[in-house]
Design a protein around this ligand. Structure first.
Ligand code: ADP
Ligand code: TYD
Length: 207
């Protein structure tokens, strides 16, 4: 499994589409997917994130961990099963998103612990972090999000980015993470990611 991480607007979904196409042309069977999922727990999470359902940060963090477990093991389209069948799973966000986003409100160690079952079920072959300046991300996404405080949003993005780096450092002995400079054109970012994926393939994927 290859995971794509980054702050909002860093280009994860853009790159997953591009890399999927490349891998498919090379003959690989690819399964692109994302978190929060569009399953029952993911839908509840989205309602909470939009403020339609009241909740608190500990509940959200726990639900994300549960959504992830379901994403891994559910009988219909669980990632674990796809990997076992030899498909290349490309996942838009995984547990590092939880570490980076929820550590704004609760102790990161707790979030890592809450996801330890998920890590036991499947540790990615690589986590690709698309690193983009929060100001650039904001410029990219602001057109479709008009009514929030710009400084507040950029400040959150900076905190989340810092938490990602903190999590990478905390887990450096357990996780393979590659940082890609995502500030350049889509083509350049795609080439850089593709090079890293080739390296991972040359050493063999986990089963
Ligand atoms: P994410 O999935 O990380 O939130 P997206 O892939 O949806 O990010 O990209 C957010 C916006 O930025 C989209 O409008 C997309 O077309 C644009 N975008 C993505 N990558 C780049 C890039 N390298 N340069 C300029 N714009 C980009
Ligand atoms: P997403 O649908 O990827 O939003 P976007 O396309 O704007 O990046 O994710 C929704 C939000 O959920 C995003 O702001 C990050 C957050 N999130 C968490 O807080 N914890 C998690 O574990 C995950 C996977 C996402």
């Amino acid at each position: 499994m290859i995971v794509f991480e980054g702050i909002d607007g860093s280009g994860k979904s853009t790159q997953i589409k591009r890399i999927s196409r490349r891998l498919e042309i090379s003959g690989y069977k690819v399964y692109p997917t994302f978190e929060p999922t569009d399953g029952p727990i993911g839908s509840l999470i989205r309602q909470m994130l939009s403020g339609k359902v009241a909740t608190d940060q500990r509940t959200i963090a726990s639900l994300f961990a549960a959504d992830r477990t379901d994403h891994l093991v559910n009988k219909e389209n669980g990632i674990r099963h796809k990997v076992d069948k030899g498909q290349i799973v490309l996942c838009d966000r995984y547990y590092f998103s939880s570490y980076a986003y929820h550590a704004q409100y609760i102790d990161m160690k707790w979030v890592i612990h809450a996801n330890s079952l998920n890590a036991d079920i499947l540790r990615p072959d690589v986590t690709i972090f698309i690193d983009v300046d929060p100001d650039i991300c904001f410029e990219r996404i602001k057109s479709n999000r008009s009514n929030f405080d710009m400084y507040e949003k950029i400040d959150i993005m900076k905190k989340v980015r810092a938490n990602y780096f903190k999590a990478f450092d905390t887990l450096k002995d357990l996780e393979k993470v590659v940082i890609i400079n995502g500030n350049s054109s889509m083509e350049k970012v795609e080439d850089a990611i593709s090079k890293e994926i080739k390296k991972i393939f040359s050493t063999g994927l986990k089963t």
